[in-house]
Write a protein that binds this ligand. Structure first.
Ligand SMILES: [Zn+2]
Length: 113
């Protein structure tokens, strides 16, 4: 989803800006392309991935990736909450490689320092 797809906000194409009125502090965001998020995404995924902190969108349980329940078979790894069984995300494997499918609300943060 892009900011322009956000059903809660509005986009002013002429000014390349979007508003996010549903937030506690409504503000204006700039519309940019995907390159803008690459550095932040690389920072998030740098280091020991087993220590990424995940928060379940279902029950808000939080733990490092290494401690979550994973259902693994030939084609996929399904990461599920140990407390409420909510599916956080699925890593699929096919003949074209890996695909990460985020199933629902799930916060992913760098390992605690
Ligand atoms: Zn949960």
């Amino acid at each position: 989803m892009t900011m322009s797809d956000d059903q809660t906000g509005s986009t002013d194409q002429a000014n390349d800006r979007a508003t996010h009125p549903g937030r506690d502090d409504p503000h204006t965001a700039h519309i940019v392309d995907g390159n803008a998020v690459v550095g932040a995404l690389q920072d998030l995924l740098a280091g020991d991935l087993s220590m990424l902190m995940l928060e379940c969108g279902g029950c808000r349980a939080t733990a490092p990736l290494a401690e979550w329940r994973v259902e693994a078979d030939r084609d996929a790894f399904i990461v599920r909450c140990r407390s409420c069984t909510h599916t956080l995300w699925t890593l699929l494997r096919d003949d074209r490689g890996a695909v990460l499918r985020v199933a629902g609300a799930c916060d992913i943060r760098p390992a605690a320092v």
